[in-house]
Ligand binder design. Structure first.
Ligand code: SF4
Ligand code: SF4
Length: 186
């Protein structure tokens, strides 16, 4: 008789414990239902990079004086400055300039120390290619300015993760004129 009572007591305790765990699981589920998503539908939606974002470097050939300061301040001496000395005017003349973004660590030192401000960091971060050698940008590729995310009408732009909550609440409406897959699927 005593064993039976004891087993019944154990069973009741286990049932209560199980109910408690199920209750905790439901509370966590309900809590997550009220949370806002922290993901975006890239590449159809994109975050606007911050003002100081260090993306692909832009180079202005005409402003460069071939001083090679960018090479000296680079932790890996990366920029290749190809120049020749014009003896008649006793000045360096830049012939070619390149940066290999397969090696660059985007520290921004070259941009910071360039005396003529011919280097700047853009918001471009989509540099994926199939051949790593294609990441070695010459002055032509470096001189190209990327399309700003906010000017791209084919995508939805989101200013920050904080805005995501507003989108999900419908405070910020999605751009219905944008031709993107997200809209086509709606
Ligand atoms: S520091 Fe600026 S001006 Fe000097 S070589 Fe580099 S890019 Fe040209
Ligand atoms: S960003 Fe840094 S690593 Fe890249 S080229 Fe400039 S100094 Fe070198």
């Amino acid at each position: 008789m005593f064993t039976m009572v004891s087993e019944l007591q154990n069973y009741s305790e286990q049932a209560i414990q199980a109910a408690k765990y199920i209750g905790q699981g439901f509370i966590i589920t309900l809590d997550h239902m009220s949370r806002l998503p922290l993901t975006i539908q890239y590449p159809y939606e994109k975050l606007i990079p911050s003002e100081r974002f260090r993306g692909r470097i832009h180079f202005e050939f005409d402003k460069c004086i071939a001083c090679e300061v960018c090479v000296r301040v680079c932790p890996i001496n990366l920029p290749v400055v190809d120049w020749e000395l014009k003896k008649d005017v006793k000045k360096k003349k830049l012939k070619n300039y390149s940066i290999d973004f397969g090696v660059c660590i985007f520290c921004g030192n070259c941009v910071e120390y360039c005396p003529t401000n011919c280097l700047s960091m853009t918001e471009e971060y989509e540099l994926s290619i199939y051949d790593r050698h294609d990441l070695n940008y010459d002055q032509i590729a470096l001189g190209r300015l990327p399309i700003a995310v906010i000017e791209d009408s084919t995508i939805i732009t989101i200013s920050s993760f904080a805005s995501l909550s507003k989108v999900s609440k419908g405070i910020i409406k999605k751009n219905s004129n944008s031709k993107n897959v997200t809209n086509f699927l709606d």
